[in-house]
Ligand binder design. Structure first.
Ligand code: GLP
Length: 234
């Protein structure tokens, strides 16, 4: 894993965007895997404030809450529209449909989108328990898109985006760890003390399903962009 230590999230956003631009220029990247959460926001700001044209690019997001519609203000679709797609249009942008009637069909549909648009560069954040996407501890490393139950600590961490804890959905559709590992290149961004244990497990720990992000040790091209606080456990 390449580790880039940055002074803060603003610098991290710049670095992450530089890696996206290199992938586009040098490797003709056309498909970006994108993530939600607060960590990638500065990268989206860099993208939006740049003169880079993404209109021939495809974006595929990692996950979506089950039960939230694409117009619900807490949905990851709205998050992505507001932070990126409304300001920088892509040719196509995909987010799982949180309102799908048939979960199995929705997961198969999403897997075929990924199959048809192999991801050149996947952006990731990381949960405090080491989750990537919404792949909680115990997720098999060969997993594809599926409906997952969120663990208590994830609901607790994400409640800050909702009015009250009871509003946080308890399930999500998430690309699997196997889907993520298929990306040609992976860039993970993490900031702050709350990510210390997750980063330590991911970078130095045993490769184990107990720490989903440790699966990234198996991938040949991963860059971690993190601040000093997040890296302080290494
Ligand atoms: C959610 C998302 C993850 C994200 C994580 C961390 O659980 N599903 O993709 O990495 O939150 O979010 P934050 O960057 O806000 O700490």
């Amino acid at each position: 894993m390449n580790i880039i230590k940055v002074k803060d999230q603003a610098e991290g956003g710049k670095k992450a965007f530089e890696l996206i631009q290199s992938a586009m220029k040098e490797r003709n990247a056309k498909v970006l895997g994108l993530a939600t959460g607060s960590s990638p926001i500065t990268m989206y700001e860099e993208m939006v404030n740049s003169d880079v044209d993404f209109s021939d690019m495809v974006a595929i997001n990692l996950d979506e809450y089950v039960g939230l519609s694409e117009t619900d203000s807490q949905s990851y679709r709205v998050f992505m529209n507001e932070n990126l797609f409304n300001k920088k249009p892509f040719k196509n942008s995909y987010v799982p449909n949180g309102m799908a009637e048939n979960a199995e069909e929705e997961c198969a549909r999403y897997d075929s989108i990924i199959e048809e648009n192999p991801i050149d560069l996947q952006i990731l954040g990381i949960g405090t328990n080491g989750h990537i996407g919404f792949n909680e501890p115990g997720t098999p490393f060969d997993s594809l898109t599926r409906k997952v139950d969120l663990v208590e600590s994830t609901i607790e961490s994400n409640k800050r985006f909702f009015e009250k804890k009871e509003d946080v959905p308890t399930q999500a559709y998430s690309m699997g760890i196997g889907s993520i590992l298929k990306a040609k290149e992976i860039v993970l961004v993490a900031y702050g003390e709350s990510k210390v244990n997750a980063l330590k497990g991911m970078i130095e720990g045993e490769i184990t399903e107990d720490c989903p992000a440790s699966a990234l040790q198996k991938h040949p091209n991963v860059t971690v962009i993190a601040d000093e606080a997040a890296l302080s456990g290494l």
